[in-house]
Design a binder for this molecule. Structure first.
Ligand code: ADE
Length: 225
């Protein structure tokens, strides 16, 4: 799978992909992540990529031409399944969206700044608009990194234990059960006996019961869907 991320702040995306699972996935050749500096596609000598909004109002608007030039250059090189715009007014990211994206080949992600991007970029190029939640960040870079992380860990072969993405919270519509490791007792807090019993069926039943309880307590909305 290949991601092309277009941003005015490429430096913000240097670190998130250079560690742990995301780094290993790239080293294994399972994913390519390319970050493009939008300013390289600016058409004026000041390399500016924004301008005042028509109709007035506060804040600047990111212009069409640099995005169009970068997207069209990429699209001339290969075909893309999705052009995603990260925006607080998009559909809220969830596990279902991450699952769907993990089975496509090539994705472009546009990161907005200032007031956002000219609506015509959205109308002409964007196939999907994603928010990471009902709050506003200063740009789309951190949201883009979150989408990439959520998707890449689902690509077969990325996680060493193939079953571990399947047992994530949300994959079966429920939150995860509590988990424990050694020591079995810490300051009088003991690990639930059933987990020490070695009885697989009882452990599975206990975990399912805990998942239901935690989901009822914390996210009853997940049970009502
Ligand atoms: N850009 C700014 N805030 C955002 C959010 N909540 N989700 C996606 N992109 C954003």
């Amino acid at each position: 799978m290949r991601f092309d991320i277009i941003t005015v702040l490429p430096g913000l995306l240097e670190s998130p992909f250079a560690h742990s699972i995301l780094q290993r996935a790239q080293h294994k050749g399972l994913v390519e992540i390319h970050v493009h500096n939008l300013r390289d596609y600016a058409t004026n000598k000041h390399k500016s990529v924004d301008d005042y909004p028509y109709g007035g109002g506060s804040g600047m608007v990111m212009q069409i031409e640099p995005f169009a030039a970068c997207i069209e250059k990429l699209q001339a090189e290969r075909s893309y399944d999705e052009v995603i715009y990260m925006t607080p007014d998009g559909e809220t990211l969830n596990q279902e969206i991450a699952n769907a994206l993990s089975s496509v080949e090539n994705v472009i992600i546009l990161c907005g700044h200032y007031k956002g991007i000219d609506q015509r970029i959205r109308d002409v190029f964007v196939t999907r608009e994603i928010s990471i939640g009902d709050y506003v960040l200063s740009g789309g870079e951190l949201p883009a990194a979150i989408v990439v992380d959520a998707v890449v860990r689902l690509i077969p072969g990325v996680l060493s234990d193939e079953t571990s993405a399947l047992s994530d919270s949300f994959q079966d519509g429920l939150l995860d059960a509590p988990i424990y490791t050694r020591p079995a007792e810490w300051r009088s807090h003991r690990v639930p006996e059933v987990l020490l019993s070695g009885h697989e069926a009882k452990i599975a039943a206990w975990r399912h019961e805990q998942q239901l309880k935690r989901t009822e307590d914390r996210r009853p909305d997940l049970l009502n869907d």
